[in-house]
Design a protein around this ligand. Structure first.
Ligand SMILES: [Zn+2]
Length: 128
């Protein structure tokens, strides 16, 4: 069965998903996982120079949540560059966002937690 297309508000599609310091074998490297939403936060904030309000709106999250995500992302990138660690970009969402994801049916009011940020195409209870 085909996986349903994800409708997440993460629009960046980086050219590379792995960055490592040159000349160091991978076995000797510590790896940092940069979550997809953290990368998106960096892109909106630092590449496109959006305000935190605008960027939060784009990602469909609150401004304080955006602030936490972007701070975490910057700390990880700084750690990678300064301490010579590999940076791997994950296409998973951070646990923080996962917790917030919920499906709620406008027809029968069914509420479900969903694991990934994707829209359910119809309600499992009433099929609307
Ligand atoms: Zn329903």
């Amino acid at each position: 069965m085909a996986r349903p297309k994800k409708h997440r508000r993460i629009s960046c599609d980086p050219n590379s998903y792995y960055f490592k310091p040159a000349g160091v074998s991978l076995n000797h490297l510590e790896e940092i996982i940069l979550e997809g939403d953290e990368l998106e936060a960096i892109r909106l904030s630092d590449l496109m120079n959006l305000s935190q309000e605008e960027a939060a709106l784009q990602m469909n999250i609150s401004r304080p949540t955006f602030g936490r995500i972007v701070n975490k992302a910057r700390a990880k990138i700084a750690d990678g560059i300064i301490n010579g660690k590999a940076i791997k970009i994950s296409d998973e969402l951070s646990s923080e966002l996962k917790e917030k994801l919920q499906f709620s049916c406008p027809n029968c009011g069914l509420k479900l937690r969903i694991k990934k940020r994707r829209q359910l195409s119809h309600c499992p209870k009433c099929s609307e």
